[in-house]
Design a protein around this ligand. Structure first.
Ligand SMILES: Cc1cc2nc3c(=O)[nH]c(=O)nc-3n(C[C@H](O)[C@H](O)[C@H](O)COP(=O)(O)OP(=O)(O)OC[C@H]3O[C@@H](n4cnc5c(N)ncnc54)[C@H](O)[C@@H]3O)c2cc1C
Length: 614
C-alpha cells in the first residue's frame, strides 16, 4: 500500500455519531474501503441526551436496523442496564422495546466493533471542507489542510454545524457541552446551492445519585423477563437497575413562570423550532398551564457512575434558576447538579434535497444522514446512517440502489416522509406515521428484512442461519396448531379467541407443550393467528396501492410540460422530481386530481414509446 492509499477511500463518513457508525460499518461490510472521520475518537456513538435506546416506534426501528445487519441492537443488548417492552398491554403493533443504556459502556462497545471491522479506518479528524468537481464529490479537506479522496462522502454531522449552546443569557459555541462546533461545511454547502435552516434541541440537568433521596421517589423496575433487541442475542442475562419516578411541583412552575423572560426560547435569543414532542419544562409550563405537575424519570447513566439523567425537565433556563428549581422537586431537595441543562441551535439541511437513497440531488456521490436531515433521536439517525452507508457502497460497486418502501419497514416510512414531505420541526418516528403498522411489528422485523440483508451482503452467516431456524420453527408451530384438536376444534381455532393465548393452547395439548420452538416463534404465531383479519386487510391494501405506487416517473419527465397540472403541483413536483407516482401522491398539497392527470401523461408517454419501438 502506498502512503497515498491511507488517504484514498471508496466511502468517507464524516462524524462518528449514531448515524456515522452505522453508515461506516455497513459500507465496510459491503466491501467498500471506508474511513470514519470524527472530531474525537472519545465520543464515538455518544448519547448527547437521554441514556436510552428504543421506545415507541423507535424500538421497532432498532429491530429493523438489527435485522439488516446493523449494530445498534447488539450493542444495547450488551450494555443495557434496564429493559422494558413498552405498551405490552396494547395491540402487537404498539409493542415497543426500550432499554436504559450504560452510556459509556455503549460508546466503548461501539468503538470496539468499529475498530475491529475490516475495511474500516476510524480517524480523529475535523472535516473543514468538501471537495467537488463538475457536480460530483471527490473528497474532503480536514483541519491542517490534508485532503482525503473519496468516491462517495456521507455527512453525519448531527447537531454540530454552526452550533450555538444556550443556558439562560449565556451563549457559547459547540454542538454538545464541552465540545466544538463545526465551521466551514455550512458555508460550503450554501455555496454549492444547498438550502440550510436552523433547529434547536435541549437537554436537562444531571444529578449526583448520592445526593438524591430515593425514599421520596417511586421505583421503576425493568421487566421480569427482559427481551433483547437483537435477533442474535438469545437472552439478556445482566442484572437490571431501577429508574425512579418523581414530579415537578406548583412552586417550581411558579419559579419558571417568573423567569420566562430569561429563557432563551421566550426572550427571543433562540428563534429556531424545537422538538414539539420533547418540549422543555418551560414550554410545558406555558403550554399546559392548567397542569400542576409533570412526571420526571430519574434514569441512571451507567453502572460505574452515580450520574442521573432527569428525564422530563429539559431546560435552557439560567443556572441560578436551575439551581433553585431542581431543589423544589421531591427527592432532589439536597441534590448536587453535576451538569446543567442547555439548548443547542444548529444548521440542518431540509431533506427534500435528497433522493430516497440519501444521496443529495445536487452533488453526485454526496449523502446526508442523521440529525443533519432535520430528524431527532439516536434510532432515526442510526437507521438513516445504515441506509446511506449501504447505498454509498452499492454506488461504488456499480450495484442497484437499496430503497425500502412504506409497507416494508419503518425505515421506509422515515425516508419517504423526509425526502417527500420534508420537515417543519425536528422529525421523530411515531407508530401513527406508518399506515401498515400491523405488518411493521417489532416481532417480525427479521422476517421482513433479513432476507433483503442476505441478498445485499450486510448480514452475517450466523444471522442468516438464525432466520432459517426461525422460519422452520414457525412452519412446525403452525402445522401443530392446525393439526391438533381439542374438544372438537383445532388449536388454531382456539387461539383465534382473544382470551386464549399460546400458553393456554399448550395446556390443551401435551404434544404442543413439547414442541421445541423459541418464545419469539410462539409469540409470532400467536399474533399472526389472532390478528389474521387485520393483517390480510393491510396486505390487500398494499397490493392495491402498489399498482399505482410503483408506476415509475422517467428521470427526464418535465412536470412543467403538463399544462393540465395546477401551477402549485407543477412547481412542487418539478422541484422534488419524485421517482414514482406513489411518491408524487404523498407530496404535501398534491391532490388525487393531480395524480390522475400525471398518470394519464405517463401512460401516454409509455404508449408512444412502445409504438415507436414496434
Ligand atoms: C443538547 C442535545 C439535546 C438533545 N436532545 C434530544 C432529545 O431530547 N431527544 C432526542 O431524541 N434527541 C435529542 N438529541 C439529539 C440526539 O443526540 C441526536 O438525534 C443524535 O445523536 C443524532 O445522531 P447523529 O449521528 O445524526 O449526530 P450526533 O450524535 O450529533 O453525532 C455527530 C458526530 O459528528 C461529529 N462531527 C460533526 N461535525 C464534524 C466535522 N466537521 N468533522 C468531524 N466530525 C464531525 C461529532 O463530533 C459527532 O461525533 C439531543 C442532542 C443534543 C446535542
Amino acid at each position: 500500500m502506498s502512503s497515498l492509499d491511507f488517504y484514498n477511500f471508496d466511502v468517507v463518513v464524516v462524524g462518528a455519531g449514531h448515524a456515522g457508525v452505522e453508515a461506516a460499518l455497513a459500507a465496510a461490510r459491503l466491501g467498500a474501503r471506508t474511513a470514519l472521520l470524527t472530531m474525537s475518537c472519545d465520543t464515538v456513538a455518544q448519547m448527547s441526551c437521554n441514556p436510552a435506546i428504543g421506545g415507541v416506534a423507535k424500538g421497532q426501528i432498532v429491530r429493523e436496523i438489527d435485522a439488516l445487519g446493523g449494530e445498534m441492537g447488539r450493542i444495547i443488548d450488551a450494555t443495557g442496564i434496564q429493559f422494558r417492552m413498552l405498551n405490552s398491554g396494547k395491540g402487537p403493533a404498539m409493542h415497543s422495546p426500550r432499554a436504559q443504556a450504560d452510556k459509556k459502556a455503549y460508546q466503548f462497545e461501539m468503538k470496539w466493533r468499529v475498530e475491529q471491522q475490516e475495511n474500516l479506518s476510524l480517524r480523529q479528524e475535523l472535516v473543514e471542507g468538501l471537495e467537488t468537481q463538475n457536480g460530483k464529490i471527490t473528497g474532503v479537506r480536514v483541519a491542517g489542510g490534508t485532503s482525503y479522496t473519496a468516491k462517495t462522502v456521507i455527512l453525519t454531522t448531527g447537531t454540530f454545524l454552526k452550533a450555538i449552546m444556550h443556558t439562560g443569557e449565556t451563549q457559547s459555541e459547540g454542538g454538545r457541552a464541552g465540545e466544538k462546533s463545526a465551521h466551514g461545511i455550512s458555508g460550503q454547502l450554501l455555496g454549492l446551492g444547498f438550502e440550510l435552516q436552523r433547529f434547536k434541541t435541549g437537554t436537562p440537568a444531571r444529578i449526583n445519585g448520592r445526593t438524591i433521596d430515593f425514599s421520596k421517589c417511586e421505583p421503576q423496575p425493568g421487566d421480569d423477563h427482559p427481551q433483547p433487541f437483537s435477533y442474535l442475542t438469545d437472552k439478556i442475562t445482566q442484572t437490571q437497575m431501577d429508574c425512579h419516578l418523581t414530579a415537578t411541583t406548583p412552586e417550581m412552575h411558579a419559579l419558571i413562570q417568573a423567569n420566562l423572560s430569561r429563557a432563551p426560547m421566550y426572550s427571543g435569543q433562540i428563534e429556531s423550532t424545537g422538538p414539539r414532542y420533547c418540549p422543555s419544562i418551560e414550554d410545558k409550563v406555558v403550554r399546559f398551564a392548567d397542569k400542576s405537575s409533570h412526571q420526571i424519570f430519574l434514569e441512571p447513566e451507567g453502572r460505574n457512575t452515580l450520574e442521573y439523567y432527569c428525564n422530563g425537565i429539559s431546560t435552557s433556563l439560567p443556572r441560578d434558576v436551575q439551581d433553585r428549581m431542581i431543589r423544589m422537586i421531591p427527592g432532589l431537595e439536597n441534590s448536587d447538579i453535576m451538569r446543567f441543562g442547555y439548548a443547542v441551535e444548529y444548521d440542518f439541511a431540509p431533506p427534500t434535497q435528497l433522493f430516497a437513497t440519501m444521496e443529495t440531488r445536487r452533488i453526485e456521490g454526496l449523502y446526508f444522514a442523521g440529525q443533519l436531515n432535520g430528524t431527532t433521536g439516536y434510532e432515526e439517525a442510526a437507521g438513516q446512517g445504515l441506509l446511506a452507508g449501504i447505498n454509498a457502497a452499492l454506488k461504488v460497486a456499480g450495484r442497484k440502489p437499496f430503497i425500502l418502501d412504506r409497507s416494508q419497514a419503518y425505515l421506509g416510512v422515515l425516508v419517504d416522509d423526509l425526502v417527500t414531505k420534508g420537515v417543519d420541526e425536528p422529525y421523530r418516528m411515531f407508530t401513527s406515521r406508518a399506515e401498515y403498522r400491523m405488518l411493521l411489528r417489532q416481532d417480525n422485523a427479521d422476517r421482513r428484512l433479513t432476507p433483503l440483508g442476505i441478498e445485499l451482503g450486510t448480514v452475517c452467516s450466523e444471522r442468516a442461519a438464525k432466520l432459517k431456524t426461525h422460519e422452520e420453527e414457525i412452519l412446525r408451530a403452525q402445522a401443530a396448531i392446525m393439526n391438533t384438536r381439542h374438544q372438537g376444534n383445532t388449536l388454531e381455532e382456539w387461539l383465534r379467541r382473544p382470551e386464549i393465548g399460546w400458553s393456554d393452547v399448550e395446556k390443551m395439548s401435551p404434544e404442543l407443550a413439547q414442541l421445541a420452538v423459541s418464545d419469539l416463534c410462539k409469540r409470532h404465531v400467536e399474533i399472526e393467528v389472532q390478528y389474521a383479519g387485520y393483517i390480510r386487510r393491510q396486505e390487500a391494501e398494499i397490493a392495491k396501492l402498489q399498482k399505482v405506487d410503483s408506476v415509475r416517473i422517467p428521470a427526464t419527465f418535465s412536470f412543467s410540460g403538463v399544462p393540465q397540472l395546477r401551477h402549485e403541483a407543477r412547481e412542487k413536483l418539478g422541484k422534488l422530481q419524485p421517482t414514482t407516482v406513489g411518491q408524487a401522491s404523498r407530496v404535501s398539497g398534491i391532490t388525487p386530481a393531480d395524480i390522475a392527470v400525471l398518470m394519464m401523461y405517463i401512460r401516454a408517454g409509455e404508449k408512444s414509446e412502445n409504438t415507436s419501438s414496434e
